[in-house]
Write a protein that binds this ligand. Sequence first.
Ligand SMILES: [Cu+2]
Length: 266
Amino acid sequence: MRATRLVHAALGVVFLVLAADPAVAQTKNIDLITDLNQTLLYAAIPITILVEAILIYAVVKFRNNDDPEPTRENRRLEITWTVATAIVLLFVGFASYQVLAVEEVGNPVPGDEERVEPTVSEDLEGAAGPYESEENAVEIELHAFRYGWEATYEGTNVTTNNEIRIPTDRPVYIHITSDDWLHMLSAPDLGLKQTAFPGEYNTIKTVAYEEGSHQYYCTEYCGVGHSQMNGEFIVMDDEEYDQWLSEQRSTGNGTDAEASVARPAA
Ligand SMILES: [Cu+2]
C-alpha cells in the first residue's frame, strides 16, 4: 500500500517536471540551452529513480543482516552496467554536441571565409564578423572596464553606457573586449555569457525573439566596484531600433543608463 503511494508520488513529480513549460524563449541562445536541459532530464530522471529504488530496496531488505556475504562475480551484470553507462554517456554527448556546435552557444569562429570583416575599432584578434548572407546583421563593440560597460554601434560613434540595445529577429554580433583586466558579460535571461579579455575580442552571437528589458552582470570578480558592474539589455522592435539608432546619430551621442560610469579616456 505504502509502496504504491510512493510510486504514485514519484510519477507525479516526473510528470510535473516534464510538463513544466519554460517561459517564452527570449533568444535563440536560451532556447537551445533550455531544450538541452529538458532532453537531458529524459536520461537523468529514470536513472535517479532507478538508483534511489535500488538503494531503498537494499536498505529495507538487508536492514537486519548482521552477517553480510561478499557479492560473487557476475559477468553478465558487469557487462550490462558498462554498456548501459556507455549508452547514457553517448546520449548525453550527442545531445550536448548538437547544442554546443551551434554558433549562438558555441560562439562564432573568426577567420571563416564566408564571413565579412568584423566592424571593430582596434586591431585585435578574435572578432568574428557576420556571414555574407546575413545582410541585416547588427554588430556592437562592447568594452568592459573598471567598473562599467561601453557599447559602440557598428559604423557609428553612438555609444551607450551600461546599456546594450539590440533589435528583434536579426542576427546580433557583440564583440567583447576589456580595457583593463578580466570581466565577464552575463545575461542569464538571454542565455548570453562571455569573458572580456584585455587585448583580444570574443564574439557572441544571438537572435532575440521578444522585446523586453533584461539585467546583465559582470560575473568575473574584478575589484571593489564589481557588484555595481551591471547593465540593462534592451531588446527593441526591429524598426524602433533603427529609428533609435538614427536619432542618436543625428544628435551625435548615445543614451546613458542612470548612474552610469563613463569609460575613462584611453
Ligand atoms: Cu567586472
